[in-house]
Design a protein around this ligand. Structure first.
Ligand code: NAD
Length: 250
């Protein structure tokens, strides 16, 4: 049985990814800052998927000690970790002059430094076992500019380039590293937008829809399997066509 550690697993894409891997009989460590929600979701999923194993570990992905504890806990519970999904993230909006310096630091820590910390703590065992798959959640906001998203766009832009360095450094150990770059996706994070903003995002898709978190989970699962054995160092957009045009939607 294979094992995956998923961060931000108490909600949205991370929760959908957890279900997707469990359906395929993977063992899952759900890591999230939100202890109450995370533990409740893990308990329910353990009942729903009795043939495999799912456990929750409260983790702050921006904190070095917390991530070290997650790595030790995961390895003690399951031995080999086959894949990590660095998915936890936060959104803080605004143009540069509107963003507090403390919020800038927070978004960089949660959306970028977390990937550094997760990789630093999980990759040594993957190097030893000469296999592993690392998947990060980037964003279309890291592939192009966006209004009122300066800090978020900068953070995800860093993730977009980090994946290439990681893929280069770890390819020789049989470790693949890829990003999923979601477009606007129907999760609690996105649902915080006013309806008028949601409508604009829907209209900006040639398919007239936003992405569902299950669509992102499907791509994460694909990337974790041997079906994707020749894919590494890529940012793979899952966007319902959002942002593929250079003119305004008609
Ligand atoms: P979400 O808010 O539903 O879930 C994010 C989860 O991350 C939450 O459970 C939260 O508790 C957890 N989290 C936040 N800070 C944490 C920390 N310090 N340590 C551990 N866990 C923490 O959001 P989502 O939409 O599912 O977001 C998942 C990822 O997708 C994020 O990286 C986000 O930036 C990215 N993304 C989202 C969208 C979108 O439209 N929803 C688009 C592109 C990219």
């Amino acid at each position: 049985m294979k094992t995956v550690v998923i961060t931000g697993a108490a909600s949205g894409m991370g929760l959908c990814a957890t279900k997707k891997f469990l359906r395929h009989n993977w063992q899952v460590v759900m890591a999230d800052f939100d202890e109450i929600n995370g533990q409740k979701k893990a308990d329910n999923l353990a009942t729903e998927f009795p043939k495999t194993k799912v456990i929750f570990k409260q983790t702050d992905v921006s904190d070095e000690q917390s991530v070290q504890e997650l790595a030790k806990f995961s390895q003690d519970q399951f031995g080999q970790i086959d894949s990590i999904i660095n998915n936890a993230g936060i959104f803080i909006g605004g143009a540069v002059h509107e963003i507090k310096a403390s919020d800038w630091d927070r978004i960089m820590n949660v959306d970028v430094k977390s990937i550094f910390l997760m990789t630093k703590n999980f990759v040594p065992a993957m190097i030893k076992q000469k296999s592993g798959v690392i998947i990060n959640t980037a964003s279309v906001s890291g592939l192009m500019g966006d209004y009122n998203m300066a800090a978020y766009s900068a953070a995800k832009g860093a993730v977009v380039n980090l994946v290439k360095s990681m893929a280069l450094d770890y390819g020789k150990y049989g470790i693949r590293v890829n990003n999923v770059a979601p477009g606007p996706t129907n999760t609690p994070m996105f649902q915080k937008n006013p309806q008028s903003v949601i409508d604009k995002f829907v209209a900006a898709s040639p398919m007239n829809k936003i992405v569902e978190p299950e669509d992102i989970a499907d791509m994460m699962y694909f990337l974790a399997t041997d079906e994707a054995k020749s894919i590494t160092g890529q940012n793979i957009p899952v966007t319902a066509g959002f942002g593929i045009y250079s003119s305004q939607p008609q």
